[in-house]
Design a protein around this ligand. Structure first.
Ligand SMILES: CC(C)C[C@H](NS(N)(=O)=O)C(=O)O
Ligand SMILES: [Ca+2]
Ligand SMILES: [Ca+2]
Ligand SMILES: [Ca+2]
Ligand SMILES: [Zn+2]
Length: 312
């Protein structure tokens, strides 16, 4: 459980209960399922929000993933905010209503429930980042595009950026990737845009992470320009700093690189609050920050959901 004073954060059990209640209360626009199980057997919850949620309609699809990194608990709250806003405000907020009626929005609130639960075991923060397989795999180095190519991850199982013994060796990344692959319908990937939430540093990041190149044979200059244009619009809405992922540091095997290169999904990362401060404390903002820092991204979420319909 979370330490005293930070009860505002959701444990896996509390998250599961909120998702079940939301599906019960908003049955016609919510479908709750899962993309598979974590290493320790926890369901990787998948929330679908759309009109006629039980039907696969011909509407642009959008994916939000949170909590790949265990200690980044604020991101789980971010995905919960998306679920709650796009259900509670359906029928009252015109923008939310329009987007739910014309898109299929998928949310995976925690990709790494085992790590998140381990991080708060006994009510004290451990600073844990990875999953709970062996000495832990960094899920954001385990994706299968340019996996381990470029010095953006580690081959040591004890490293915080251990890429795993092979691409998709982690059940969690494999499950999410399989879900995305299942959204190829009639040869066309239905998911058009994706955001992966992390903390912290207040950044909007776009691929590639594995190379400093802005453009290359799998990202044309105009495609790179589109990432930058959307990234800058997102950052203008929340005050984060927009930049290419590799401008921060080189990462290989990241989710964004795979989503773009393998599925042409407009895939970005948000690094949430705080902006700086360094050290472990930045991963653990007091729960009083949850509401302001998740609502800070309401407009960015709308921008991305809308952008999914502007497929080139
Ligand atoms: C998305 C990448 C470029 C940054 C991220 N930073 S984090 N969230 O682990 O501190 C990471 O190292 O995976
Ligand atoms: Ca508090
Ligand atoms: Ca629909
Ligand atoms: Ca569809
Ligand atoms: Zn992270």
């Amino acid at each position: 459980e979370f330490p005293a004073g930070d009860e505002g954060y959701h444990t896996y059990g509390e998250l599961t209960e909120v998702l079940r209640n939301t599906a019960d209360e908003h049955g016609e626009i919510v479908s709750l399922s899962d993309v598979g199980s974590s290493y320790e057997g926890r369901s990787l919850h998948l929330v679908k929000i759309s009109d006629n949620a039980g039907q696969d309609e011909d509407e642009p699809e959008v994916l939000f993933t949170c909590n790949q990194h265990a200690r980044e608990h604020l991101t789980t709250e971010m995905c919960l905010r998306i679920v709650e806003r796009f259900t509670d405000e359906y029928g009252s907020d015109p923008t939310v209503t329009e987007l739910v009626d014309t898109r299929e929005i998928y949310v995976i609130p925690t990709v790494n429930p085992d790590g998140a639960e381990y991080d708060i075991e006994n009510g004290r923060y451990k600073g844990w980042r990875k999953n709970r397989q062996g000495n832990g795999t960094d899920l954001n180095r385990n994706w299968g595009y340019q996996w381990g190519c470029c010095g953006g991850s580690s081959g040591s199982p004890y490293s915080e950026t251990y890429r795993g013994p092979s691409a998709f060796s982690a059940p969690e990344t494999r499950a999410v990737a399989s879900f995305v692959e299942s959204r190829v319908v009639g040869g066309t990937q239905q998911i058009k845009a994706h955001l992966d939430f992390h903390s912290y540093s207040e950044l909007v990041l776009w691929p590639y992470g594995y190379t400093y190149d802005d453009a290359n044979d799998t990202m044309t200059p105009e495609e790179a320009r589109r990432f930058q244009e959307v990234g800058e619009r997102l950052a203008a809405s929340n005050g984060y700093t927009p930049q290419q992922s590799s401008d921060l540091y080189i990462t290989d095997g990241s989710i964004n690189d795979w989503m773009w290169a393998e599925h042409d999904i407009l895939s970005l990362t948000f690094e949430m609050y705080p902006a700086g401060g360094g050290g472990l404390d930045g991963f653990y903002p007091p729960d009083e920050r949850i509401e302001p820092e998740t609502q800070r991204n309401d407009e960015a979420v709308e921008i991305l959901v809308a952008e999914a319909g502007n497929q080139v």
